[in-house]
Design a protein around this ligand. Structure first.
Ligand SMILES: Cc1cc2nc3c(=O)[nH]c(=O)nc-3n(C[C@H](O)[C@H](O)[C@H](O)COP(=O)(O)O)c2cc1C
Length: 318
């Protein structure tokens, strides 16, 4: 299987991507930027530009993602990104479930008005100079919405369709809707990427087994998000297990090096201890799940008010 690192706003910036790629990159063939929302008057933010610079993404096959429901904004930003930085594929975010985003008809909110979605894609595909892929949910309220959505998606040369088999209304609650995923997969004309709720090797095997048993088609790749935050070696583990080869699980030494690489890069980027502490604690909010028997040290990390206290907690665990 081919594995992709999911876009994760606020987390999967170039520092995080580089650490994953350097220490656990085995099997990951695409990395996505967090969404970039066009700002026609102001242009891209410095942080967004830094995230796209080729020198910040050496050896990383990167796909920038755009969040908008305005075709002209999508086209001008994608053209700028491709012309300036040399990218060849742009991903459309049609999956973000956040109420604010959806309220503006963006992210999975773009799935609400199917006529408008059709016009959006028609304009984009008529004029786009690079390949366009789409990351979608099954709909807003009802999985049956996907029948109409697919009629539309199937009319356009979408490079790949990544499906997170939940509805906007589901947010991240409940189980992924595997049955509806299979119905969708079988009807899709383009290559389909599976995305959702893979945190362990067992989750991966169960989802792939389900697809094998219930779908007539297979997926072209699996996109991993929160599972990679919890265990940065997850993709490597799944990849090596597919190959029937060595154990891909992270060693403590690797996790330490991964942690230190992110810590050092963030330290150089941020002014003062607080933003650094904030970002490192955010990382541990997920990675802590790898250390269920280290609650005391994890609490030390969570409660730390200084870098010295934070590092004391980290040393205990790693
Ligand atoms: C903190 C966070 C930020 C996210 N940001 C984005 C984003 O910028 N663009 C996007 O398409 N999806 C975003 N997502 C959704 C993920 O890409 C992914 O679809 C979702 O987490 C389900 O996959 P998973 O179960 O493997 O985590 C985000 C998810 C999380 C948890």
């Amino acid at each position: 299987m081919r594995f992709y690192l999911a876009p994760m706003e606020g987390i999967s910036g170039y520092i995080y991507r580089n650490a994953v790629h350097d220490f656990f990159g085995d099997g990951i063939v695409k990395y996505y930027t967090p969404f970039i929302a066009p700002r026609p008057k102001k242009g891209m933010a410095g942080k967004e530009r830094r995230g796209l610079l080729p020198e910040n993404n050496r050896g990383i096959p990167l796909v920038p993602q755009i969040l908008t429901n305005k075709a002209e904004d999508f086209l001008s930003l994608s053209e700028e990104i491709c012309d300036t930085y040399g990218y060849e594929e742009i991903n459309l975010n049609a999956g973000c479930p956040s109420r604010t985003v959806v309220g503006h008809g963006k992210g999975s909110g773009i799935l609400k008005d199917t006529e408008a979605l059709d016009r959006f894609l028609e304009t984009v595909f008529a004029k786009a100079k690079c390949r366009i892929s789409v990351k979608t949910r099954l709909g807003m309220e009802d999985p049956e919405e996907f029948v109409r959505l697919l009629e539309i998606y199937n009319r356009y040369p979408i490079e790949e369709l990544t499906i997170h088999p939940r509805l906007q209304a589901d947010q991240y609650k409940g189980s992924v809707r595997m049955d509806d995923f299979c119905k969708a997969l079988d009807q899709c004309k383009m290559p389909v990427v599976y995305n959702g709720d893979i945190f362990t090797l067992q989750d991966y095997r169960e989802k792939m087994q389900y697809i094998k048993e219930h779908c007539r088609r297979s997926v072209c790749a699996v996109m991993l998000g929160r599972g990679m935050l919890r265990d940065p070696a997850l993709a490597r583990e799944l990849y090596r297990s597919d190959q029937g080869g060595e154990d891909g699980a992270a060693t403590k030494e690797e996790l330490r090096a991964y942690h230190d690489s992110i810590f050092t890069s963030y330290k150089a980027l941020f002014d003062g201890e607080m933003p650094l502490l904030f970002h490192m604690k955010e990382l541990w909010a997920s990675m802590g799940g790898l250390f269920p028997d280290q609650e005391k040290a994890l609490k030390k990390i969570r409660k730390s008010g200084s870098i010295a206290e934070y590092l004391a907690g980290v040393h205990e665990i790693l």
